[in-house]
Design a binder for this molecule. Structure first.
Ligand code: FES
Ligand code: FES
Length: 157
């Protein structure tokens, strides 16, 4: 049964009527129209639905809305500020990391979480941080280059 919930997403407070057990992903996409996170598998296996919960990358397809209410939720839609893309987004574009693009949400959100903790990650650390996200197109080499470029950009901020 739907309940009134308060949830903070991308710095805004939203009051929504929703089933507390409904996956956060559905609330974000269907109720809040934030389409950055994507549906891929629904069972925590592909990472296309990644969001940040208090800065940590988590798959929103397996997180109930009620559990998300205690976190600051950030989606891909919330990364750009004042019309300027986040350095991670810029780097992914500059390195042409996307092929079909379906995994990009998961890759970028996972990279954001990594670079917040580790400003100079090694290739191995990047691979480990992104290993919950499946890229069916095999653009991993360009994705790793993009994360390194993002790290460089963030050093110069
Ligand atoms: S849709 Fe969430 S991990 Fe695949
Ligand atoms: S670019 Fe197509 S799934 Fe990664």
């Amino acid at each position: 049964m739907a309940e009134l919930m308060t949830i903070r997403v991308n710095g805004k407070v939203h009051k929504v009527q929703a089933d507390p057990e409904m996956p956060l992903l559905y609330l974000l996409r269907n109720d809040l129209k934030l389409n950055g996170p994507k549906y891929g598998c629904g069972i925590e296996r592909c990472g296309s639905c990644m969001v940040l919960l208090n800065g940590a990358a988590q798959p929103s397809c397996v997180i109930p809305c009620s559990a998300a209410a205690v976190y600051e939720v950030t989606t891909l839609d919330g990364l750009a500020k004042n019309g300027k893309l986040d350095p991670v987004q810029e780097a992914f574009i500059e390195e042409q990391a996307a092929q079909c693009g379906y995994c990009m949400n998961g890759m970028i959100m996972s990279a954001k979480a990594l670079l917040a903790e580790n400003k100079n990650p090694s290739d191995t650390q990047i691979r480990q941080a992104l290993n919950r996200v499946l890229c069916r197109c095999g653009t991993h080499t360009r994705i790793i280059s993009a994360v390194k470029k993002a790290a460089d950009k963030m050093k110069n901020l």
